[in-house]
Design a protein around this ligand. Structure first.
Ligand code: NAD
Ligand code: USQ
Length: 434
C-alpha cells in the first residue's frame, strides 16, 4: 500500500536536471505526479548547439519507460508558465494538487549574462512564471503548498562573519527616543547575475502572495547541484538524467568531473578562491519530499530553508579531482564579475532536522568520474567547454561578434531567441503517455 497514493503533485520544469529525478522519486514514493514543462531547456540546447553529455530521451519516451519499469504513470502537460495563464489555472483547479514544485525557470547565470536579449528573456521568463503560478493558485481557489527552488546566490556569498541564516536576519533598529526594536527581515539580497537577481525578485513575490492571499510557500535556497543519477534514473538508460558540461549550463563540479574524464585541464576561474555551497542530486530529490511532507501551517510566513550540505573553495575542488584523476589544473581568466576570494558559512539545520542524511563529496566523487563522465566522455565536444559569457558588456560584444550570438534583432523580450527553434519543439516531445 503506497503511503502517499492520494496526494497529487505538479512538478513544474519536470523535464529538467533537477525536475526529472524529482518527478521519478516522488512517483516512486507514491505521489500522483504530473510534469508541466515547455521544453525551453531542450530548445536552448539547440540555440547553443550543445547536447548534454548523457544521451537523454524525449519526455514521451522517458515517461513510457518509467511506466514499463515500475507500472507507475506520470502525467504530462506542455505549458509555458510565463505565458499560458488560463490553462495553468484550469490545470490547478482540476487537479487540486497538495503541492506544486516549481523548478521552471531559466537557471544558468552565464546564459543570463550573454547579451541584453538573454538578460531580458531570463527576467521575463522567470518573474512571469513565478507570478503566474502564484496568481493561478489564488484564482484556482486551492490551498496548495508551493515549493520553490531558489538559490544560495540570493544572499551573495558572504556574511559579516556569522553563518548565513535560513532566509531571515535578526536586526535591531535604534529609534529616535533611544529605544531599540528587534525585527526579523528577509536577508538582504546581493545577487551576482541577472539569473540570481530573478531569484531575489521571486522572494518578494512569495512574501507578497503569502501576506496578501495566504499562499503557503516553501523557498529552498539551494547550492550547486552535483552528480547525475539517482536510484530511479539509474533503473534504465532511457531514464538517464541530463549532464550539462558546456560553458553556459555546466556547473563547476560536474564540469571538473567531465574535464578529468576527457583529459581536459580543469578550468579554474581566476584564483579559484570562490567558496560555494554544494548538494548531491540524490539529496535534492529527498529534500523536496521532506519539504512537501512538512508544509507550513495556514497563516505561516514563507518558510525558507538552505538546501546545501557542504561548502568548498573552487581551487580545493580542482585539487581534489586532480589528485584523484591525474588531471591538470589551469587557472583561466575569470569571465565573471565576482569576488576573487570569499568565505562562506551557512546554516542548514532545517532540512537536516527533517531527516536529510547528506551524501558528501568524498563518497560519490570517483563513482561519478568513472560511471557517468567516463562512460559518456566520447560525447563531449571540447569546443563547448570554454565559458564565453562575460559579465562585462564590452567583452561579451567582442565574443558574440565571433559567434553570431547576442545581438538584438527583435523588439520583444518574451523568448525571441527560442522562436527560431520552436517549430521543432514537437519532435523533442515525442509520444506522450497521458
Ligand atoms: P533545468 O534548466 O535543467 O530545468 C528547468 C526546466 O524548466 C526545464 O525543463 C525547462 O524546459 C523548464 N522551464 C523553464 N522555463 C519554463 C517555462 N516558462 N514554462 C515551463 N517550463 C519551463 O534547470 P535545473 O538545473 O533542473 O534547475 C531547476 C531549478 O532549480 C531552477 O529554478 C534553478 O534555479 C534551481 N537550482 C538549480 C541548481 C543547479 O545546480 N542545477 C542549483 C540551485 C537551484
Ligand atoms: N567556475 C570555475 N570554473 C568553471 C565553472 C565555474 O571556476 O569551469 C566557478 C565560477 O566562476 C563560480 C563557481 O565556479 O565562482 C560556481 O559556478 P557554477 O557555474 O558552478 O554555479 P552558478 O553560476 O553559481 O550557478 C549554479 C546553478 C544555478 C544555481 C547556483 C547555486 O547553475 O542554477 O542557482 O549554482 S549557488 O551557486 O549556490 O547560487
Amino acid at each position: 500500500m503506497r503511503q502517499n497514493g492520494n496526494a497529487r503533485i505538479l512538478v513544474l520544469g519536470g523535464d529538467g536536471f533537477c525536475g526529472w529525478p524529482t518527478a521519478l522519486y516522488l512517483s516512486r514514493q507514491g505521489y500522483a505526479v504530473t510534469i508541466v514543462d515547455n521544453f525551453s531547456r531542450r530548445l536552448i540546447d539547440e540555440e547553443l548547439g550543445v547536447e548534454p553529455l548523457t544521451p537523454i530521451e524525449s519526455i514521451g519516451q522517458r515517461i513510457q519507460c518509467w511506466w514499463e519499469m515500475t507500472g507507475l504513470n506520470i502525467g504530462l502537460h506542455r505549458l509555458d508558465l510565463a505565458c499560458d495563464y488560463d490553462p495553468l489555472v484550469e490545470l490547478i483547479a482540476e487537479t487540486r494538487p497538495a503541492a506544486i514544485v516549481h523548478f521552471a525557470e531559466q537557471r544558468a547565470a552565464p546564459y543570463s549574462m550573454k547579451s541584453s536579449r538573454h538578460k531580458r528573456y531570463t527576467v521575463s521568463n522567470n518573474i512571469n512564471a513565478t507570478n503566474n503560478l502564484l496568481a493561478a493558485v489564488v484564482d484556482a481557489g486551492v490551498d496548495t503548498h508551493v515549493v520553490h527552488l531558489g538559490t544560495m546566490g540570493v544572499y551573495g556569498y558572504g556574511s559579516a562573519g556569522m553563518k548565513i541564516p535560513e532566509g531571515y536576519l535578526d536586526v535591531e533598529i535604534p529609534l529616535e527616543n533611544g529605544q531599540r526594536v528587534s525585527q526579523q527581515i528577509l536577508y538582504p539580497t546581493n545577487p551576482g547575475s541577472i539569473y540570481h537577481l530573478t531569484k531575489s525578485q521571486d522572494q518578494l513575490l512569495f512574501a507578497y502572495y503569502n501576506k496578501n492571499d495566504g499562499v503557503r510557500v516553501t523557498d529552498l535556497h539551494q547550492g550547486i547541484v552535483w552528480g547525475t543519477q539517482t536510484a530511479e534514473t539509474s533503473l534504465d538508460e532511457r531514464l538517464i538524467n541530463r549532464f550539462d558540461y558546456d560553458g553556459d549550463y555546466g556547473t563547476v563540479l560536474n564540469r571538473f568531473l567531465m574535464q578529468a574524464a576527457t583529459g581536459h585541464e580543469l578550468t579554474v576561474h581566476g584564483t579559484g578562491g570562490q567558496t560555494r555551497a554544494f548538494i548531491h542530486i540524490s539529496d535534492t530529490v529527498r529534500c523536496i519530499q521532506l519539504a512537501i511532507d512538512s508544509p507550513p501551517a495556514a497563516g505561516e510566513r514563507v518558510r525558507i530553508m538552505n538546501q546545501m550540505t557542504e561548502t568548498h573553495r573552487v581551487r580545493d575542488l580542482a585539487k581534489m579531482i586532480a589528485d584523484a584523476s591525474g588531471a591538470k589544473v589551469a587557472f583561466v581568466d575569470n569571465p565573471r564579475n565576482e569576488a576573487a576570494e570569499n568565505e562562506l558559512f551557512v546554516e542548514n539545520d532545517s532540512l537536516c532536522n527533517l531527516g536529510l542524511k547528506p551524501t558528501f563529496l568524498a563518497q560519490g566523487l570517483m563513482e561519478e568520474i568513472s560511471e557517468v563522465a567516463g562512460k559518456y566522455a566520447h560525447r563531449c565536444n571540447p569546443d563547448l567547454i570554454p565559458c564565453r559569457s562575460y559579465w562585462c558588456a564590452r567583452k561579451n560584444q567582442e565574443s558574440s561578434l565571433g559567434e553570431g550570438i547576442g545581438i538584438d534583432t527583435e523588439d520583444s523580450a518574451e523568448a525571441p531567441h527560442l522562436r527560431q527553434v520552436l517549430g521543432r519543439a514537437q519532435n523533442l516531445i515525442g509520444p506522450t503517455s497521458s
